[in-house]
Design a protein around this ligand. Structure first.
Ligand code: GLY
Length: 566
């Protein structure tokens, strides 16, 4: 009952905001837990994580079970046909990260998405069989299990198999997202996968996925080989051959995730750990935090004109750096230390003017279209011993390439669009790139995923992350400064209106209702081109409170997310 009234209250807050009258962030608490917390984008995935923790599994076990459960109940982003990144902090303070990002197939070529006039073939890189990188999720989960798993592999996959085999009810949001993609599903599949429904999907429809259940059973029985070899691999390769894709059996067998050192930085006495390249998230986040420190954003009015002006100017410079300097470190020498150093960033931000926006052309030239709706998902877990996992995973676009592997029941990613198909030409998120992120066989495409863990005085403090394509980095940044600088709890920080800019397009995106008309005028006077839109923020996070209890924050306002602890 308490939860229902909170939900109604949040909905009223959401709809009562408009541009001319803005409510301050509400003092709202998220879910409370004494020792454990799970926050994911779907109540059934959260329930799966909790079940594993209650059985005595650790945070890593729970994360593996959640990843597989999401592939069933949240098919637009939860996946076994995509990839992602995990940041893990053990109770003893050890922090490590796992990169299970997709890779370019061996037959990929630098100019494979260009027509004879050198134009990017957007349909080819974003939809259908050629858009997919070699999936990394199953190998990633297997590597996590081998290194840290406490429960058996079989126990971790059981909940997902049950959900797929016995069925679950569609939420309104997922029904809508399936309906939005009907044309794409029909255009790229050679058969009628279950997602195609000419009558349209509705909230409450029961979804049974027997083929996916069978695929998950192979993985349950054979570990990573259940996906990269044998029947499932054969189905995937057949799909590629018949659909004109290039992922080969050798690509699958050779796929390996990579353990990487985290990007580590310090912010106002807190230690921040995030993802290293091939995600741009960690480096860009550290740069943004340096910008917040340089301008002391925490001493300005929250989402006031001064704060948003400086925040935007910092973001534009950071995304300009991203477009040139970042790529897969196994193929390109990324100047990580330089980019996250205080000296570099303070110098970089020193030409920001108080009352005037710098022209984008003065940062670097370009002219591109706004980003489209993204689909990735993030979850955060803390177990009773104090181990924590921040894991972000994706198919890239909603339902990835929209190709569902025939007979196997899972979607393939369209992650090739995260490469720079041509220097200076934007991907679906409006992000541009350069040689650092050019296509090379076996290389990982640059990501924005930013799973992050923050420590306070050497103890766990915050586990955070979000989907949102290009907006992931600025959204994670806001979740951190909202808590550390503006004194919000995690649920308030999640609910608070978000803003985003990324140098190009030359626009300051503000969530509907995020500022009042006075602030808008002030920002426009400084030269900012404002565009109001829905936010793609869907943070799921855990905050450790003073007394050691856990606050779980989930984005109830913008998604089906759900946090629960015990
Ligand atoms: N596909 C979105 C990202 O990796 O940033």
């Amino acid at each position: 009952m308490k939860k229902i009234s909170l939900f109604i209250f949040l909905i009223i807050c959401f709809f009562s905001c408009n541009q001319s009258k803005v409510s301050a962030p509400q003092k709202i608490k998220g879910a409370m837990g004494e020792k454990a917390m799970v926050a994911t984008t779907h109540p059934l995935a959260t329930a799966t994580g909790l079940k594993i923790l209650r059985k005595g599994g650790n945070a890593i076990d729970a994360a593996i079970a959640i990843q597989f459960a999401l592939s069933v109940v949240y098919p637009q982003a939860g996946n076994i046909g995509g990839g992602g990144f995990a940041v893990i902090r053990l109770v003893n303070g050890t922090v490590t990260t796992l990169d299970f990002r997709e890779k370019a197939p061996n037959l990929a070529e630098k100019d494979m998405y260009l027509d004879k006039n050198g134009n990017v073939l957007k349909a080819k890189i974003r939809l259908g069989h050629l858009a997919s990188g070699v999936p990394g999720s199953v190998a990633g989960m297997w590597a996590l299990h081998k290194k840290y798993g406490q429960l058996s592999w079989s126990e971790l996959i059981n909940p997902a198999i049950n959900l797929a085999y016995s069925g679950h009810l569609l939420t309104e949001k997922i029904a809508q997202s399936l309906n939005d993609k009907q044309n794409d599903f029909q255009n790229v599949n050679r058969y009628l996968p279950w997602v195609i429904n000419v009558k349209g999907w509705n909230k409450g429809d029961t979804i049974v996925q027997k083929q996916l259940a069978s695929t998950l059973s192979f993985i349950q029985k054979n570990g990573r080989d259940g996906f990269y070899k044998g029947i499932v691999a054969d189905q995937l390769i057949k799909e590629m051959i018949l659909g004109g894709g290039i992922i080969s059996a050798k690509d699958l067998i050779n796929y390996e995730p990579v353990w990487r050192d985290p990007i580590k930085g310090f912010y106002r006495g807190y230690t921040v750990y995030s993802m290293a390249p091939p995600s741009s998230g960690g480096i860009a986040l550290m740069q943004l935090l340096k910008g917040s420190e340089y301008f002391d954003l925490g001493n300005m009015e929250f989402n006031g004109a001064e704060m948003l002006h400086y925040k935007t100017e910092v973001e534009r410079r950071v995304y300009a750096d991203r477009s040139v300097h970042l790529g897969d470190p196994d193929y390109y020498k990324v100047p990580t230390e330089h980019l996250i150093s205080q000296k570099y960033n303070y110098a970089r931000f020193s030409n920001i003017k108080k009352r005037k926006k710098t022209a984008s052309s003065e940062i670097i030239e370009g002219n591109i279209a706004p980003y489209e709706s993204p689909s990735t998902t993030h979850f955060s877990v803390v177990d009773p011993s104090g181990n924590a996992v921040a894991l972000t995973t994706t198919l890239n676009g909603s339902y990835g390439s929209c190709v569902m592997v025939k007979g196997a029941g899972f979607f393939l990613n369209n992650e090739m669009d995260d490469f720079s198909a041509k220097p200076g030409i934007p991907n679906k998120y409006g992000l541009i790139g350069s040689e650092a992120n050019a296509i090379v066989p076996g290389k990982r495409m640059l990501s924005s995923m930013t799973p992050t863990i923050v420590e306070k005085e050497d103890s766990l403090f915050l586990v955070t992350g979000t989907p949102g394509g290009a907006t992931i980095i600025t959204t994670v940044f806001q979740s951190i400064i909202n808590v550390i600088d503006f004194g919000m709890g995690i649920q308030e920080a999640i609910n608070a209106k978000k803003t985003h800019s990324q140098w190009l397009p030359d626009t300051l995106f503000i969530e509907n209702g995020g500022i009042d008309s006075e602030v808008q005028l002030e920002l426009e006077k400084r030269g900012h081109l404002i565009h109001f839109k829905e936010s793609s923020s869907k943070i799921n996070a855990v905050l450790v409170l003073e007394e050691g209890r856990l606050e779980g924050g989930a984005d109830y306002l913008r998604s089906d997310s759900y946090a629960e602890g015990f």
